[in-house]
Design a protein around this ligand. Structure first.
Ligand SMILES: Nc1nc2c(c(=O)[nH]1)N[C@H]1C(S)=C(S)[C@@H](COP(=O)(O)OP(=O)(O)OC[C@H]3O[C@@H](n4cnc5c(=O)[nH]c(N)nc54)[C@H](O)[C@@H]3O)O[C@H]1N2
Ligand SMILES: Nc1nc2c(c(=O)[nH]1)N[C@H]1C(S)=C(S)[C@@H](COP(=O)(O)OP(=O)(O)OC[C@H]3O[C@@H](n4cnc5c(=O)[nH]c(N)nc54)[C@H](O)[C@@H]3O)O[C@H]1N2
Ligand code: SF4
Ligand SMILES: [Mo]
Length: 785
């Protein structure tokens, strides 16, 4: 007997993500070793992405074999680096999903737009929208019209340029970027936006690793990893915090396995026993145990949400106490003396740390913390990696500063096998930043733009992602453009964000496929279809390649391999260049036509503007690319105002959870890439054919008087008078930390208040929302045989 559960009242009807039972794919994927799995690729993918059926073996083979090879394209999924010695199959299951999702020959025909008015698209799920196939022609929705209609490219650029030039101020426009954009397109885009006259360049990073950039910038002077790929193989200890690599950076598990073979210890810090990291020995049920056979982690610290800062401070305190007990034997005194400042203040501050507060905040036992400390003290070379579990917290910036503190104490920055390693999300999110996609680029970069192009770029900081929504809400921003991404789908407070976006006068999306941001639009709206990274990019001077930067600062070329799905597609570079020409005319002296004809021309400018990219055209062609310079990593040179790495003092604060509530995190399933939903299973967590679930510790369920699989309404607890609720979700008994719950992003974004942001970085607190669960109102269970 199958239990079919109908969702409660159409609460989310006009807002996000309807129940979509009819659209769900049934699948039972099995995973084997990479090679045997790769041989069965078409079959495996068919069950995940129906579209692959129509891709044919030739296109499938061509794309997958070219992935992450030196003369192929860079996997567009995550920012995990490629090993120095590449194998034939240098990809993972989730990379293959991303590729087939993009390279599908299923396209949206011209008749689609007449059949599906915007009001219809508004009622569709992200899954349905993505499944319609690739966008193939520019479309325009006039004010007052409910339909997009195909337009010519020239007409599209004319309409947008007219709108932009009619604004009272350039700051009434915001230009978003998602992290798949190539370095060349990103450089051209930020140049256009700054020549137009604004620094309003929000990006997905504002919602992602912004906290890492802030914390590392302030402490070691650079917001990027201080390790290379090879350092994983040299480490004695790798601590993986707030990250689920098995799903989100799958090939990282290979690097961890290799590190382990070389003798490294691995520690996972996470409220969830994630597959690949931890094998849960004594599960309440089968959930959470499947995955890659044995777990990699030697120690698993099941921390409470937001409890990492307490844990890190407690370990540092123990390290300092060990030094006090045996002076001169524990700390790296030479390193601390020569390269850091702030040791005395940190020592004094941590001496006051209250162990009871640490245990309360972290949910850990003293023995766990002692064990981690012992591992840390045993190891000469330590890497700490982290992702969204750390950055998307109110205290995310301070927590990362504590990671830096701990590493600095024993000189674990700037030596082989050691370092700080934020693991980035989108495949080129780091490169986009390097190219100037940031609302707060430093003066040196703006000066270089001025010298190179002869115009004075605006100096005032622009808006980030959250402030873009606020600006739209308050009527200060009237025009919104996005190169990639799905801002209303990805940002917090879905209802507020959607209302704000509806208030825009014009919205423009440069996209490969449909998503919610094409349905939640301004008075006038345009969709400009673009080529993906798999596709051959032929311009007037011949086939072009683009370049990207991975999470360890390696920059390499990416060559498309298959014919574009439609001859009408333009590359992102071409779209940006033509829009710049249409909008700016001869206002600035930039050869936009030349940019589109030959990407080498853009790279020539990059070599003169972007520090570390000198001789870009030569270096990018050398043996698959080059490594960007990184002072802390290369020479223990810290580009801070004092030239020293800074040990910081951060006040411990922990999330206050009123009785009867839980702390909720919003996370990814195994079958999605951010707002792109490939399918409705989360295999490693034992969930099939559904996403409307909330994971809760079995003891908390009992305490709350709820039962496993009961339908509940999830209420946000935030005293701003706004009702935020997810109705008809299934409570799933799951071995997460006590007092903590989890639900999937983006469905649960409706619960994250727009104003709940990380201190300093303004990143939405997607991993620390206080909620209350109540038995579902008006829910009915229908049993079907
Ligand atoms: N297949 C696939 N790959 C992806 C993506 C995708 O959606 N799908 N997204 C890409 C992007 S943009 C990004 S940013 C990365 C995201 O990669 P991750 O950061 O791994 O993504 P999340 O699913 O958000 O998982 C957060 C993890 O942190 C844990 N966590 C949550 N809160 C806390 C906390 O307070 N403390 C600790 N210690 N742990 C915590 C969660 O239990 C979970 O394991 O992945 C990238 N790669
Ligand atoms: N609650 C909650 N919210 C979150 C998070 C969370 O963990 N919890 N995570 C945050 C994070 S880490 C991130 S990075 C953001 C992600 O935010 P975004 O980057 O804005 O969202 P994506 O879902 O990655 O964007 C997917 C869309 O990009 C377009 N696209 C794909 N490939 C290409 C391409 O090659 N070119 C162009 N032009 N378009 C393309 C497609 O139309 C696709 O629908 O979400 C954030 N939001
Ligand atoms: S680990 Fe990331 S970059 Fe590498 S193949 Fe998998 S999804 Fe692509
Ligand atoms: Mo991200």
């Amino acid at each position: 007997m199958t239990k079919k559960i109908t969702n409660a009242a159409g609460h989310l009807k006009s807002s996000a993500h309807l129940d979509d039972t009819d659209e769900r794919e049934e699948s039972t994927i099995e995973i084997g070793s990479p090679k045997s799995w790769a041989a069965g690729v078409p079959g495996v993918l068919h069950s995940t992405i129906p579209a692959v059926e129509r891709m044919g073996l030739a296109r499938t083979g061509k794309t997958l074999l070219a992935m992450n090879q030196k003369d192929g394209f860079d996997c567009m999924s995550c920012a995990w680096p490629d090993p120095t010695h590449r194998k034939t199959f240098e990809f993972c299951e989730n990379g293959a999903k991303a590729v087939t999702w993009e390279a599908t020959p299923v396209t949206i025909g011209s008749d689609f737009w007449a059949e599906h008015p915007v009001s219809d698209l508004l009622g569709r799920t992200e899954y349905w929208l993505g499944m319609q196939g690739r966008l193939t022609e520019p479309v325009y929705k006039a004010a007052g019209d409910d339909h997009y209609r195909p337009v010519s490219w020239d007409e599209a650029f004319r309409v947008i340029a007219g709108k932009l030039n009619g604004l009272d101020s350039p700051d009434q426009a915001a230009f978003y970027t998602s992290g798949r954009t190539s370095n060349e397109a990103a450089f051209a885009y930020q140049l256009f936006v700054r020549a137009f006259g604004t620094n309003n360049l929000p990006d997905c990073s504002n919602m992602c690793h912004e906290s890492s950039g802030w914390a590392m910038g302030q402490t070691i002077g650079i917001g990027k990893a201080t390790i290379t790929y090879d350092d994983f193989g040299k480490a004695d200890l790798i601590i993986v915090m707030g990250q689920n690599p098995g799903t989100n950076h799958p090939r990282m598990l290979t690097a961890l396995e290799e590190a382990k073979d070389n003798g490294a210890e691995i520690v996972a810090v996470n409220p969830m026993p994630e597959a690949g990291l931890k094998r849960y020995k004594n599960p309440q049920r089968v959930r959470g145990v499947i995955g890659r056979g044995t777990g990699i982690a030697d120690q698993f610290l099941q921390v409470r949400l937001g409890g990492d800062m307490a844990l890190l401070q407690a370990v540092s305190k123990r390290v300092l106490a060990a030094e006090a007990a045996n002076p001169g034997t524990v700390l790296d005194h030479e390193f601390l003396r020569e390269h850091t400042q702030g040791l005395a203040e940190l020592t004094e501050h941590l001496a006051q740390l209250d162990e009871a507060a640490v245990l309360e905040a972290s949910g850990l036992r003293t023995a766990d913390i002692d064990e981690l400390t012992a591992r840390y003290l045993r190891a000469d070379k330590v890497i700490i990696t982290w992702a969204m579990g750390i950055t998307q917290q109110k205290k995310g910036v301070a927590t990362i500063k504590e990671i830096i503190n701990l590493l600095l104490l024993r000189g674990n920055i700037g030596k082989p096998g050691a370092g700080a390693s934020p693991i980035r999300g989108h495949s080129n999110v780091q490169g986009d930043r390097t190219m100037g996609i940031w609302e707060q680029m430093p003066p040196a970069f703006l000066d270089a733009i001025e010298t190179e192009f002869g115009f004075d770029p605006p100096r005032e900081h622009g808006v980030d992602a959250v402030d873009t929504i606020r600006g739209l809400r308050d009527g200060k921003i009237k025009f919104f453009m996005a190169v990639g991404g799905n801002l209303v789908g990805a940002i917090s407070d879905s209802q507020a964000a959607e209302a704000a976006m509806h208030g825009a006068e014009m919205t423009v999306q440069v996209s490969t496929k449909l998503n919610r941001s094409h349905a939640v639009v301004g008075d006038e709206a345009l969709i400009l279809p673009t080529m993906g990274r798999t596709e051959i990019d032929r311009q007037a001077t011949g086939v072009q390649f683009v370049s990207v930067e991975d999470t360890v600062c390696a920059v390499h070329p990416s060559w498309g391999k298959v014919a574009p799905v439609s001859p009408d597609l333009l590359s992102e570079v071409a779209i940006v260049s033509r829009l710049a020409r249409a909008t700016l005319g001869t206002k600035v002296n930039v050869d936009w036509t030349g940019f589109e004809r030959d990407y080498d021309l853009i790279r020539e400018h990059i070599s003169r503007v972007v520090a570390g990219c000198e001789d870009y055209n030569i270096k990018i062609r050398q043996d698959g690319g080059f490594l960007l310079p990184n002072g802390p990593r290369d020479s223990r040179t810290f580009p801070t105002p004092t030239g020293k790495a800074i040990l910081t003092v951060n006040d411990l604060e922990h999330l206050d959870r009123p009785a009867g509530t839980l702390i909720l995190q919003t996370l990814r399933s195994h079958d999605q890439f951010n707002t792109t939903i490939y399918g409705h299973d989360d295999r490693y967590r034992g969930i099939k054919k559904g996403r409307h679930v909330v994971f809760v510790n079995p003891n908390d369920l009992v305490e709350l008087g709820l039962s496993d699989e009961q339908l509940v309404d999830v209420h946000g607890v935030h005293d701003d008078g706004v009702e935020r609720v997810l109705r008809g979700f299934r409570a799933v008994s799951y071995p997460t930390a006590r007092g903590c719950a989890a639900a999937y992003y983006p469905e649960a974004n409706v619960l994250v208040p727009l104003d709940l942001v990380a201190e300093g970085s303004n990143t939405p607190v997607s991993k620390g929302v206080i909620v209350r669960l109540e038995p579902a109102r008006a829910a009915e269970e229908v049993l079907v045989g």
